[in-house]
Ligand binder design. Structure first.
Ligand SMILES: Cc1cc2nc3c(=O)[nH]c(=O)nc-3n(C[C@H](O)[C@H](O)[C@H](O)COP(=O)(O)O)c2cc1C
Length: 150
């Protein structure tokens, strides 16, 4: 059974709602899921993962401090140990989200991770359609891992 790790952050609940939707999309038969708030996630979780979903709000044109802190804590200890890890990204933004996406993508390159989907950016309060896209992302990620296509 493949392992899917979701690391999310945010303080206002929107990124968390996206995370919950992504989590709903993961069929239990496809992947074992670990879903953690960024401060609670660490190196062991990252090394456990066969696939990774990252969630962040956009703050000041960047990712959240909490997700950045996860990277700060794990980057060197994980160096060379998560190369090729398939990942995807979801972002809750007020009106943009591209700065957070670029920032995460640059760091992901440093880890050697492989993006398997375009960043999913929702602006404002997530609506039903946005949450459906999050569910689809979780489903696709888990199904892709189970099928060995990443
Ligand atoms: C300190 C701060 C900075 C923000 N900066 C941006 C920004 O640069 N671009 C943007 O689109 N939204 C920005 N926003 C809006 C948040 O990205 C948006 O409200 C998001 O949905 C919050 O997600 P959360 O509920 O998970 O915390 C900012 C919000 C805060 C509190």
């Amino acid at each position: 059974m493949k392992h899917l790790l979701i690391v999310y952050s945010g303080r206002g609940g929107r990124t968390r709602a996206m995370c919950e939707a992504a989590r709903e999309g993961v069929a239990p038969a496809d992947a074992e899921l670990r879903c953690l708030y960024a401060p609670d996630a660490g190196l062991d979780d990252l090394l456990w993962a066969d696939g990774l979903l990252l969630g962040t709000p956009e703050n000041f044109g960047y990712m959240s401090g909490l997700l950045k802190d996860f990277f700060d804590r794990t980057f060197y200890p994980a160096e060379g140990k998560s190369v090729g890890l398939p990942y995807a990204l979801f972002i809750s933004a007020g009106n943009d989200g591209s700065g957070a996406a670029r920032a995460v993508e640059r760091i992901a390159i440093g880890y050697g991770w492989k993006a398997v989907a375009e960043p999913l950016i929702l602006k404002g309060e997530p609506d039903a359609e946005g949450l459906r896209r999050c569910r689809d992302l979780g489903e696709a990620m888990a199904a892709g891992l189970a099928a060995g296509i990443f």
